[in-house]
Design a binder for this molecule. Structure first.
Ligand code: FES
Length: 284
């Protein structure tokens, strides 16, 4: 398949790195980590927002082109409105994409692919904007032709987006195959070994991080849902564990995301002290 070597070349294209750094710095200046960026990451949803939003401009632009091809003159106004609505929906879609992309840290290969994905989408949006202007000026055929060019651009950008998610694992929870096990209380550590620091143990093949926060034992899956950072190498702050890679904060009590870029909660375990031992079990 010729696309695979092409994508390998793109992933390894170091000539993009200056543009990546400059774009990342701009995005992080405009969109610093905080509540707005967390919404764009999808924290309130419990998973990434961007894949949900991309359906809007794609669906509306496809709908406009179907009206162009299958409809008649009475459908032209509706097609123009669809192209306009798609342009408006591009704003939050782009913002959520840039927000996720800017938090990929040192992962250079998805950063390069993501930059080209964004540029292709930006070019497509420019063509759709030209289509809307042509339609508004009464040049329907030009507008329809431009929409088709824009759809080709969206298709190319969509391919790159698919590569980011399905080949490179961006915006995919790194605990997605986490099985809630074991159901029974399981001995994992000596009580004296678990203090206010972070301790990594193995529970039924899963790395789990233990700590004593405010005197209460806590246990979370140790692999960060964002991009797999080792939470046991992070820090504890105000009842949360902070990932050492990109700073996501998870509430130690239940694994909920207190700050992104993670949007998927961290699996939490029940934990208890029995005699001089610490036991955990999967939370139902
Ligand atoms: S791996 Fe990115 S915040 Fe944990």
């Amino acid at each position: 398949m010729f696309l695979t070597p092409l994508m390998k070349r793109l992933e390894n294209e170091q000539a993009l790195d200056d543009a990546v750094e400059s774009a990342r710095s701009t995005v992080n200046t405009v969109l610093p980590p905080g509540p707005v960026k967390d919404v764009l990451h999808g924290r309130p949803l419990g998973h990434a927002l961007h894949p949900l939003l991309v359906a809007l401009p794609i669906g509306m632009n496809v709908g406009a082109t179907l009206l162009d091809v299958l409809g008649d003159e009475d459908d032209r106004a509706a097609a123009r409105r669809l192209v306009g609505a798609a342009l408006l929906s591009t704003v939050p879609t782009v913002a959520s994409g840039w927000a996720d992309w800017s938090e990929l840290g040192s992962a250079k290969r998805p950063m390069r692919v993501g930059l080209v994905h964004a540029l292709a989408n930006g070019a497509a949006a420019g063509v759709f904007a030209a289509s809307w202007v042509a339609r508004a000026a009464g040049h329907h055929r030009t507008g329809a032709a431009l929409s088709m060019v824009g759809l080709a651009g969206l298709g190319a950008a969509g391919y790159l987006g698919g590569h980011l998610v399905y080949a490179q694992g961006v915006a995919v929870s790194r605990t997605m195959d986490h099985e809630p096990a074991p159901r029974e209380w399981t001995d994992v550590a000596a009580a004296q070994d678990v203090g206010e620091g972070l301790v990594r143990v193995d529970v039924a093949g899963e790395p789990v991080v233990l700590t004593r926060s405010g005197g209460v034992l806590r246990a979370l899956a140790a692999t960060c849902t964002h991009l797999g950072g080792p939470l046991d190498e992070g820090t504890v702050e105000d009842g949360c564990v902070v990932c050492p890679w990109h700073g996501s904060r998870f509430d130690l009590a239940d694994g909920s995301v207190e700050r992104g870029p993670a949007s998927v909660p961290q699996p939490a375990y029940d934990v208890r002290e029995t005699g001089d031992r610490v036991e955990v079990r999967a939370r139902p």
